[in-house]
Design a protein. Structure first.
Length: 545
RNA sequence: GUUCCGGUAGCUCAGUAGGAUAGAGCAACAGCCUCCUAAGCUGUAGGUCAAGGGUUCGAAUCCCUUCCGGAACGCCA
């Protein structure tokens, strides 16, 4: 049931009646004031410019030319030239059958056209624990992946493991320092080492397993493997707990092992995108919109970070992905133009890479900003957050904000578990419905879920609740195509509110058998949609609270 | 100095095709449990959309300038 399409058809019919053959895009909007109808269009005002006639007059004649349609109670013209449509909300009752028929697939669409999309997110270095910024990335990336999947994209979630570069050497040094400290040496961690407590744990384990062996022989390779494996395993475990599952864990080191990096250099050289200067190899990224050219091979022969990253993105393209999406922290925004430029040099289109930037999370505790410090290793980890707050509130909270908004996380508030936390509102709605359905079952009421006639659903509250259900598929499409996961949490709030309002205004299980059954069937549909929507942001739909 | 992001109700945030009287949640205030879960419902109050200028029938939205906050500007990653 696509009411906006019906309206479009009505308008087009009227335009043709008026002997017009071209017209501007027809916009259908939902007025924020319901006294201006359920839907409205500004087409008459847009035409006013072209036709040089008063918008009101144009609107009048369009309405006069529209064929009768029972879905609308009333179509009116309003100043300064809007056409307002008042829907006969009884047609919304059809959505119940659609939901129950589709079940978990209600809201699914094909606008993604099975396009192969690679979403890379988190990609934290295996040099410590995941902190709160990664948590935002994980929640946002996974929600986007779920939403796009639902909208018909063929999505792969990918994690790029930086196990090949300098930071791994730094990790080995840090483990070495902690190892020596564990064995009683007085040695201080360098400024740029990894100061997190997890490194100390690793070092103690190494001492337990190998004693002081590596004081006498080089432990570098042992430290590297042990460190990366354990830290990566911990990252993966934390993410799984957070209900984020990656399809691909891509190792940077394999880019060197498979000579992909060398091949990328050769390709860039052969295609004339490079030049040598001052002993370094430069890439002409400024030809593709970057503000200046960038070094990819330093004068000492080593590579900059950009080079393996180009090879990595080229690899993604070679695996057949039509759209690459990177979700990055906003501190990488300066890096985006050079990466986009480079991707075009290795065969990607201008829009092959799309970057979603996440702004920083500001953490408050006791009303004061909590500063993260790399030096002290003091940071709020994802694990701490999960243990103290729980997965549902964290995921919901991150999913509520648009990706590029600066956001604040008040730990005291998150810990409070009160109604200040909006996730409870939604979960409570779902649990309430579950409770009603349980009560009905106890009374041996078995609603016929194949019922398609709902004559008793007449009240404003019930019809309004159905109107929200009708909106769900469009909401998913919008969230997917515009990459706006927070549209889903907004929808969840709207659905929960419509339900709670309905619940407060009428009793579901009553003496009237027919009305009871119709309401129960409707609630099955509401529950299904609520569960579907919560699923898209990775939040559990609770049966009881 | 340059670039990017932000500035909207007391607080946290929506407003992503330029539309009508700028919204939600929380907090505040006033009500509502004999009744399927009160983590709920109903109502009230709350705004110079940072400031100024411009574009037009119409601007929180587009353009310019300024102010404030965050971030990035490396042959680091």
């Amino acid at each position: 049931m696509q009411i906006d399409m019906m309206i479009k058809t009505l308008i087009e019919t009227a335009l043709k009646q008026a002997q017009l053959d071209t017209w501007p895009d027809i916009e259908i909007e939902v007025p924020n004031d319901t006294t201006n109808g359920d839907y409205a269009t500004n087409i008459a005002m847009k035409l006013a410019r072209v036709l040089r006639r008063a918008p009101l007059a144009i609107a009048e004649s369009l309405v006069a030319n529209m064929p009768d349609n029972p879905a609308f109670k009333h179509i009116e013209v309003a100043r300064p030239g809007f056409i307002n449509f008042y829907v006969d909300k009884r047609i919304y009752r059809d959505v119940i059958g659609e939901v129950l028929q589709a079940g978990a697939d209600f809201g699914a669409s094909t606008i993604g056209a099975d396009r192969r999309v690679n979403i890379e997110f988190v990609s934290a270095n295996p040099t410590g624990s995941l902190h709160i910024g990664h948590a935002r990335g994980a929640a946002a990336g996974d929600a986007l992946a779920r939403i796009m999947q639902k909208a018909g994209f063929n999505v792969t979630r990918e994690y790029y493991v930086n196990d090949g570069g300098n930071q791994i050497n730094q990790l080995v040094r840090s483990i070495d320092v902690r190892y020596r400290q564990a064995l009683g040496e007085t040695i201080t961690m360098p400024e740029d080492g990894y100061h997190g407590p997890e490194i100390i744990v690793l070092a103690k384990q190494l001492v337990a397993d190998h004693g002081d062996r590596f004081l006498h022989e080089d432990g570098g390779e042992q430290f590297r493997q042990f460190g990366v494996n354990h830290l990566l395993a911990a990252l993966r475990a934390d993410l799984e707990t957070f209900r984020v599952h990656f399809d691909v864990w891509f190792s940077e080191a394999t880019l060197y092992e498979n000579k992909t990096v060398e091949a990328t250099i050769e390709q860039l050289k052969a295609s004339g995108h490079t030049y040598e200067e001052e002993g370094a190899l430069w890439l002409k990224t400024s030809h593709y919109g970057d503000e200046k050219d960038r070094v990819i091979v330093k004068s000492d022969g080593s590579y900059t970070y950009l080079l393996p990253d180009i090879a990595y993105h080229a690899d993604k393209l070679s695996r057949g992905f039509e759209q690459l999406i990177d979700i990055l922290g906003s501190d990488h925004h300066g890096y985006v133009p050079r990466l986009k430029a480079a991707i075009q040099m290795v065969g990607g289109g201008e829009n092959a890479l799309e970057v979603e930037l996440l702004q920083m999370v500001k953490v408050l505790q006791n009303g004061e900003e909590l500063k993260m410090s790399k030096r002290s290793g003091k940071a709020i980890t994802l694990r701490d957050l999960i243990d103290e707050v729980g997965v549902d509130p964290i995921r919901y909270f991150f999913a509520m904000r648009s990706l590029n908004t600066h956001m604040e996380l008040d730990l005291d508030l998150a810990l409070k578990e009160s109604n200040e936390n909006p996730v409870f509102y939604a979960q409570y709605a779902h649990a309430r419905i579950a409770s009603i359905l349980r009560n009905a079952a106890e009374k041996s009421l078995k609603p016929n879920l194949n019922r398609r006639q709902f004559e008793t659903l007449q009240s404003d509250k019930a019809l309004e609740l159905l109107a929200v259900l009708v909106d769900y598929p469009l909401t998913v499409e919008l969230a997917a195509s515009k990459r706006l996961p927070h549209k889903i949490t907004q929808y969840i709030q709207r659905l929960a509110q419509a339900f709670h309002t309905f619940y407060a205004s009428e009793t579901v299980i009553s003496e009237d058998a027919e009305a009871t059954e119709e309401r129960l069937v409707m609630l099955h549909a509401v529950k299904t949609v609520m569960q579907n929507a919560l699923e898209l942001v990775g939040v559990e739909a609770k049966e009881r609270m």
